[in-house]
Design a protein around this ligand. Structure first.
Ligand SMILES: [Fe+2]
Ligand SMILES: [Fe+2]
Length: 176
């Protein structure tokens, strides 16, 4: 069993993960519409990963006998139109999520909630990966000098990304 305060905080995080999913889905649409199909594909897989993050917390609340409370998801906000600016936004967004994941750990430590500490450790590791991925894409853009030819090649590279989470994770009970 977890505290009401912790359940509320995890419900809030489910909303943040779903917002991340919506943000990347909206970004995916824009990029594909602009002809960057590979970038759109990368962002579409990111949408699935974010839904996986949301569902992993969702299943955890249910396993703990806590109440899942879904909230309204905000309209995704982004103005960036270039690939470089877009990934800068992705990186900044992920840094914000990392802070939020760290707050959950701080609360779990304060409450001596060992189960949530163990769960949240997974997300802390995942955020290292998320920030690393966005940083490496930005580094690639720097290396190719942010030229149309370079972005064309990056678009092909990002189009090769494979889904890192099970596609049927909702039926699998959020297993890894
Ligand atoms: Fe996430
Ligand atoms: Fe993320």
């Amino acid at each position: 069993m977890i505290s009401k305060r912790m359940a509320d905080r995890i419900n809030e995080q489910i909303n943040k993960e779903m917002y991340s999913a919506f943000l990347y889905l909206a970004m995916s649409a824009r990029m594909s519409e602009a002809g960057y199909k590979g970038v759109g594909h990368w962002l579409m897989l990111q949408y699935h990963e974010e839904m996986f993050h949301a569902m992993k917390f969702f299943n955890y609340l249910q396993d703990q006998g806590a109440t899942v409370q879904l909230k309204q998801i905000a309209v995704p906000e982004f103005k960036e139109t270039t690939v470089k600016d877009l990934f800068q936004h992705v990186l900044e967004h992920e840094k914000g999520v990392t802070k939020s994941i760290h707050e959950i750990m701080a609360l779990a430590i304060e409450e001596k909630d060992y189960a949530t500490q163990i769960l949240d450790q997974w997300y802390i590791d995942e955020q290292i990966e998320e920030e690393k991925n966005a940083t490496e894409i930005l580094q690639s853009i720097e290396l190719v000098g942010n030229t149309p030819q370079g972005i064309f090649l990056l678009n092909i590279e990002l189009g090769k990304r494979k889904l890192g989470v099970p596609s049927n994770f909702t039926e699998m009970g959020g297993g890894e």
